[in-house]
Design a binder for this molecule. Sequence first.
Ligand SMILES: Cc1cc2nc3c(=O)[nH]c(=O)nc-3n(C[C@H](O)[C@H](O)[C@H](O)COP(=O)(O)OP(=O)(O)OC[C@H]3O[C@@H](n4cnc5c(N)ncnc54)[C@H](O)[C@@H]3O)c2cc1C
Length: 482
Amino acid sequence: MVRKPSYDFAVVGGGIVGLAAARALLAARPGASLVLLEKEDRLAAHQTGRNSGVIHSGIYYQPGSLKTELCRRGSAATRAFAAEHSIAVRTCGKLLVATSPAELARMAALEQRAAVNGITTQRLDAAELARREPNVTGCGALFVPATGVIDYALVAEALRADLAGAGATILTGRRVTGIVEAADRVLIDATARDGRPQDGSPLDGGGQDRGTWDATPRDATARNGGARDGAARDERLTAARLVVCAGLQADRLARLAGLRLDLAPLDIAIVPFRGEYYRLPPARDDLINHLVYPIPDPALPFLGVHLTRTPDGGVTVGPNAVLGLSREGYRKGSVNPRDAADCLRFPGLWRLARRNLRAGIREQANSLRKRGYLRECHKYCPSLTTADLTPHPTGIRAQAMRRDGTLIDDFLFAQTDRMLHVLNAPSPAATAALPIGGLIAARLLAADDDAWLRDQGFQLLPRRETVVRNADVNKLRDELLA
Ligand SMILES: Cc1cc2nc3c(=O)[nH]c(=O)nc-3n(C[C@H](O)[C@H](O)[C@H](O)COP(=O)(O)OP(=O)(O)OC[C@H]3O[C@@H](n4cnc5c(N)ncnc54)[C@H](O)[C@@H]3O)c2cc1C
């Protein structure tokens, strides 16, 4: 009989959050065995390798939220990690530019929030803004000196090297297709990348898949009917504890593992929001000196199209935020039938759309017409032309949404006896990844010890529907405990 490989820890997802969680687990338990499974043939293939690269300071976030605290810690931790691993960081500071009296008022509110969050800012009048950024116009700006940029794909690569050095097994090209939590371990099935499920879907998170699962240890080769062909091979392994950081597939993997996301208190799904970018031609790289952002509209869920310096000295324009009909299809117009059906069937999407109809239509139209996209930037940078907008890769945000159409703002985790699923890790999760990893390790290792969790302010609910959140910051807590 072929023995299944058995590990102390398994981590699903080779993005920055999975890598950071793996690193934190091995730091907490040196010498433990750990396997990381990534479905793509390289790490950082999705959100981690397709973002703005900003090390956020935490100015926007609700005081007391996990986002605020972990972003603040993450900004420092990312810089320290970058210094240790010789990764370039450009601390160019960020300007939030107000272009109307209404925006000046919102800017003042942001300034107050920054103060509460312990972030240093400086208010600039129109003249000082013009002096610092001759190509930017506005009636004032808030300067956040600590904001910088980094290449998060390089951070992921350095985390991989650290993990390899600590003895972790990193398996790319392994799509996790099944998870069963047994009393003493978690059974995990993975298929080699080209070994797709029969329905051709990337991953089935429905309950029916669980029905085909057998928690009894079995010979993996026999289960597969022997090696089917050289390319596709199913594997089964076990781990004492499992962490799932699957980004755009987070809800499907949670369902696959038996969590009921369709019921209160969670009642969420991942909705993909495309973030489309352009890049300025090299001759225009000196257009700005800092990162330049609009003042965000509190009624809208994302930050607005901005100008971002890249670590290599370039400038990107974007991202916008348009609904995606393919979770991992990056070309404009990509449609994945299953992703589209999941998205369009989810009532939350329609409720969000009704509330933001005008803005949603405008974003979709601007996505198709450079001129419309440019109008957003002209509010604060009038000299940009359509010729300045050259192609740049798109990113897709994994955003958890509730059935009532509310976007989950904070980081969200669900935990059972032996598993921890990261259900929502939107921006600034790249900035915050190292402390998120620490938090995951602390929660997972403390799962044996309910008293410890309670001391830390976490609430532990019964198995399967268990959700563990920080009681101080969790707005859902009362509902969860009702
Ligand atoms: C357009 C955009 C701009 C952003 N800008 C910033 C920014 O400037 N600063 C910042 O801090 N944050 C930013 N973010 C957010 C940040 O990039 C993400 O929060 C972060 O990368 C999330 O990391 P992750 O590891 O959770 O997800 P991912 O990087 O998406 O990784 C998840 C991994 O899980 C793997 N996976 C999924 N299903 C399976 C399976 N069945 N089996 C095995 N593996 C699986 C995927 O292939 C993927 O590699 C931005 C995001 C986007 C999209």
